[in-house]
Structures are given as C-alpha cells and as structure tokens.
Design a protein around this ligand. Structure first.
Ligand code: DON
Length: 575
C-alpha cells in the first residue's frame, strides 16, 4: 500500500475519494515501469533506448554519454516521435563543475522564412503547408546539440555512442502498438512521398503492421556517417546537401547554407520555487518552464493539500491557473532572442498573487474574459515527441525532451538518408491569433522570422530541496499538455505527498484557455467530482492527454527511484 493511500485511510477516508490512477498497459506489469537502484537510473520511452543508455554506462561512460546514446537510439526506435531530423532541449546538472544548464537544439527557421509564409492570399491560415511537405521543416538541431553536449560533458568516443542506434536501425525491431497506431493514422501523408513510403508503408500504401520488423537501412548508413565525423556531413557535407536537395524537391526553404549556420544555444535555466523546493526548467524558446513556475506560484496561494488532489475545488483552482497561464503564453511567449518576453513578471510571486485573486472559488473563469479575442480554434491530435531522464547517485542529471513535432513530422524522409524531417514550423504563429497543431494560440512574439526558433511547450525539468539537493527530474511528450502534465506530477509529489508511482499514474487533466474545457484522461474523475465541476461552470471532455512522464526521484534512503509512465511503452531501469 502506498504512503498516499495509507495517509488517506488513516486520516480522512470519509472526506477524500481514493486516488484515481491509470492502469498499466495490457500485458505488462508495474515492475516493467518502475525501478529502484543505488547507482544509475534511466527512464525512457523505449526499451531499446533504455538499453542503449545502459550500454554507454556499462562501457565506463557517464550519464551524459548515456544521454547521447539514448538520443540516437530513440531517434530510431520512435521514428514517428523524434529523430535526427528534429530538435529538442536538454537540461543538465553536472555536479563536478556545479553547473546547471539548458541546451537548446530546437529547430531554426530557414533564412528565407517570413511571417506570411503560412497564410493564404485572403489572410487565412494554411495549416497544410506548415504541417506537411518541405515548408513545414525548420533546420534540424539534434545532431548539433548532441555533439555540443558531448564536447562539454561526454567521456567515451562519440562514435561509440551511436553504435546501439546503428544496430537498432540495421537489425530492426518489431513494430509496437504505439508505432503501428501512428503508421495507420499517418499513412496517407507518408504515401505522398516515395522516400517515406519506401520505409514505412507497403507498395499499396497500407501501413506496416504491429509485429512486423521495421528496418531503417538508410538511417543506419546516415548514423554511421555521424558516428565517424560527428556534425561534419550533417551540417557541412553530404547529408546537408541531401537535406537541401530534398527541401528543393518538396518546396522547402532550407539550403546548405541554412544547415551550415545552425547554432546550438546554451541557456540559463529558468528557476522558481514551490513551498521552498526549487524548480529548474527550460527557458524560452520553451514556454514550459515559465508556465510551470507560473502555475505553481498561483497555486501556492491555496491550501490544495487539505482539499485533496482530485477534489473539485483543487481541480477548479488548478485548471483556472492553467487557463491564465495559457492566456499569457499566447500574449507574450516566443523566442526571446527576437523579442522581449516578460519572464520576470510571469514567474514572480506578486503577479501570481494577482492572478490567484482573480479566481472565484465558486465559478469557472470564462476564457472570453481574457485579453485577446480569437476565433477559429481547432485541434488535431497527434500524441508524440519523446522524453528521457537519467540520474546517477552523485546527483548528475540529464532531462531531455526531443521531437519532430507531429507524428512523422512533415512526412518527408530526405531522399536517401532515412531522416524524417520535422514539421516544427507549425509551432510558429501563422499570424497573431493563429493556432498550432495543439490548439495553442500564438501572438506577435511567435511570428515566423528567419533563424528564429518556434515557441515550444517542451519542459525538461529538475526539482531540488530547499538545501539544493536533487529531488527529482522529469518530462514528457504531448504538445501543450507537456507543461501541465509535468506541473501536475510535481504538484502530486510536493503538495500532495504522493509516492512517485502514484504521482505519475494519477488521473491527469489539462486546461489551455482555448478550447474552453477541462480535458481529463483515463480513468477520469469520480462522477460526483465531475458533477461539482460542472456546477461551477466547467465543461469536461474525457480524452487522454497523451503524456508519458519519465521521472526519477532521489528517495530519502538514498536510492534512485525511476518511473516510466504506465500508459506508455517505456522502461525504467536502475543498476
Ligand atoms: O515543441 C513543442 O511544444 C511541440 N513541437 C511538441 C510536440 C509534441 O509534444 C508532440 N506530441 N504530442
């Protein structure tokens, strides 16, 4: 019995309903997703990826080597979610140098990109172009990012770290349910591009099915090149040319010059506190860290613990805080290398207090009362990107979220490379008030501009005790839900005192201002809680959030405790 249940049983079982939690994927058990160990812990979304990270450590590497091996491996194992044709963020705590830092290897807009490129002549948004085909892609950053991390913190030869990914691509692996689902959903887009069809579909464009072996030979060859010359072929040579040729063929803008000009940015993490605990997360161009801290700051004004995590009152307050954060996201957030983002205000306790005071405990906020009037809100539903977390007993941490954006990104595989190109350009605002794939509204600061990075929600995060000791690190995929899923997991541990397993598997919910409802994942809220929320004026939509939290906590007995979300295909492994 978990500590949380025990607490409820002993104190207030008549008042607080039992915690509703997701069950483990069919055919698996809790032990597949959870691990305790003394020295190292790895939580990723793929069994092959977790093993690739362990491969690096088994050969005497450190967790930064392991993170590089995991990044290449997950690029192969989850080709619908992430890859070397995409980008991401990596939070690092390097104990020896006392450095907490944020690597930004997010895609960059090509030089010929401009703020009207996703508008029709009549000024309406053209999402087809920002989602599929050449124009949808930004300049990929993952390879450059990993080379940079390796240069600073790696210890094994770079080429050795690519090996598990090369083997996985060449020998192949059985298509698992999540990949089969993505292939089925995206078969029509993949069918448009011969180079993509060749890898992922059959001759008649039907998708490869669950249980079939997926071999990615071109990708294996590409990875061999990267193993031998790091970023040279990719950004300055043969691979850069192939990517540019593919772009030209499919109406994209990326040239060899764009590839050569890609830059990794090392940024200062954004920091905040919650009841004394320290939150260290991703700054812009992610909106994630900023709004996680903002929502926690708002909620710090309430006594959520006494309400109970799944009480209508706590859900009402938490959803209202989410609503207000998303309104600010639309108004202010973007790549702050290109515009001024009021980060200090957004993450301040004073501003949070002002927002908290706007919440009526008896009435849901109406989104139309927020500052920006928009129309045409729509929402499509991809569910991927990837996250992994790795920690060791010395307190070194890697927390990294990586993506090609929607399932199979732009659907274009750059001819002859096996590289699935991202559709990250859709994360820009096509115009002020434009919406992306996840229904997130974009403002002025997120308009397309050459070399700018699109606004992201990816939120690799680290949490520390008041004394600065590592407490946990985590992250997840799933578009705008990323930041609310990470925030809720943190809240579950810090505020509601849940054990890590309970914190990760508890029912999750999300409100993003527009659309105007609380979206709740399985197994939902208790019926009476849902009724009370409706009475407060909330609309409730039952739909899984798509998050797959990969978390590691340093427990008070000194053991590392890893949990890979039981809703997913991952593996937490300690040793
Ligand atoms: O950076 C972002 O916020 C998005 N491109 C992430 C995409 C994602 O998580 C897709 N999965 N649902």
């Amino acid at each position: 019995m978990s500590k949380y249940f025990l607490l409820l049983t002993l104190t207030s079982c008549a008042l607080v309903s039992p915690l509703k939690q997701s069950s483990v994927v069919k055919g698996k058990s809790r032990t597949d997703y959870e691990s305790y160990a003394k020295n190292f812990m790895i939580s990723t979304q793929g069994v092959g990826t977790t093993k690739a990270a362990k491969y690096a450590i088994d050969r005497g590497g450190n967790i930064f080597d392991a993170a590089i091996a995991a990044s290449f491996a997950i690029s192969v194992e989850r080709p619908h979610s992430t890859g070397i044709g995409g980008g991401g963020f990596m939070m690092i705590d390097h104990v020896e140098s006392k450095t907490k830092t944020a690597f930004d290897f997010r895609e960059m807009a090509p030089q010929r990109a401009h703020s009207k490129m996703f508008l029709n002549e009549d000024g309406t948004q053209d999402t087809d172009r920002s989602l599929t085909g050449g124009l949808a892609s930004g300049v990929p950053g993952l390879v450059a990012g990993l080379v940079e991390v390796h240069k600073k913190y790696g210890s094994l030869p770079f080429g050795d770290l690519v090996k598990p990914a090369i083997d996985l691509a060449r020998k192949g692996f059985k298509i698992y349910p999540g990949l089969a689902k993505a292939l089925e959903a995206e078969k029509d887009r993949l069918c448009k591009f011969e180079s993509s069809k060749k890898i992922f579909l059959n001759e008649d464009c039907s998708p490869k099915k669950e249980g079939e072996v997926l071999i990615q030979e071109d990708l294996a060859k590409t990875l061999e090149l990267i193993a031998s010359d790091k970023n040279q072929s990719f950004y300055f040579g043969k691979l850069a040319k192939k990517i540019a040729n593919s772009q030209a063929m499919h109406g994209g803008l990326i040239t060899t010059e764009d590839m050569a000009q890609y830059v990794v940015k090392e940024r200062k993490p954004i920091e905040g506190t919650y009841r004394g605990y320290k939150i260290v997360s991703m700054p812009p161009p992610s909106s994630g860290g900023t709004h996680i801290i903002q929502i926690l700051n708002i909620l710090e004004n309430a006594d959520l613990r006494s309400m109970g995590p799944q009480s209508s009152q706590a859900i009402h307050l938490t959803s209202s805080a989410m609503q207000m954060a998303f309104a600010d996201r639309a108004e202010y957030m973007g790549d702050n290398d290109y515009s001024v983002v009021p980060l200090r205000t957004l993450t301040s306790k004073q501003y949070a207090k002002v927002l908290y005071n706007k919440i009526n405990p008896d009435l849901a906020l109406e989104s139309k009362d927020f500052p920006i009037p928009f129309n045409k809100i729509f929402l499509k539903e991809p569910d991927h990107t990837t996250h992994f977390t790795i920690m060791d007993s010395k307190g070194n941490i890697v927390s990294s979220t990586q993506t090609i954006n929607g399932w199979f990104g732009s659907a274009v595989v750059a001819e002859g490379t096996g590289i699935v190109m991202n559709n990250e350009m859709d994360d820009f605002a096509s115009h002020i008030g434009g919406v992306n794939l996840f229904g997130a509204i974009g403002g002025k600061n997120n308009l397309v501009h050459p070399k700018k990075r699109p606004l992201s929600s990816m939120s690799p995060t680290m949490v520390y005790t008041e004394k600065g000791k590592p407490l946990m690190a985590l992250g997840t995929p799933s578009g705008t839900r990323i930041l609310t899923c990470v925030m809720q997991t943190i809240l579950n541990v810090l505020e509601y005192d849940m054990e890590l397993w309970d914190a990760v598997s508890a029912t999750r919910y999300h409100h993003q201002w527009y659309p105007e409802y609380i979206r709740v994942g399985d197994p939902g809220f208790e019926p009476y809680v849902e009724k009370q929320l409706k009475e407060l004026g909330h609309k409730i939509v039952r739909k899984n959030l798509g998050c797959s939290i990969q978390a590691i906590k340093l427990e008070s007995d000194g053991k590392l405790h890893g949990v890979s979300d039981p809703r997913g295909e991952g593996l937490s492994l300690g040793f």
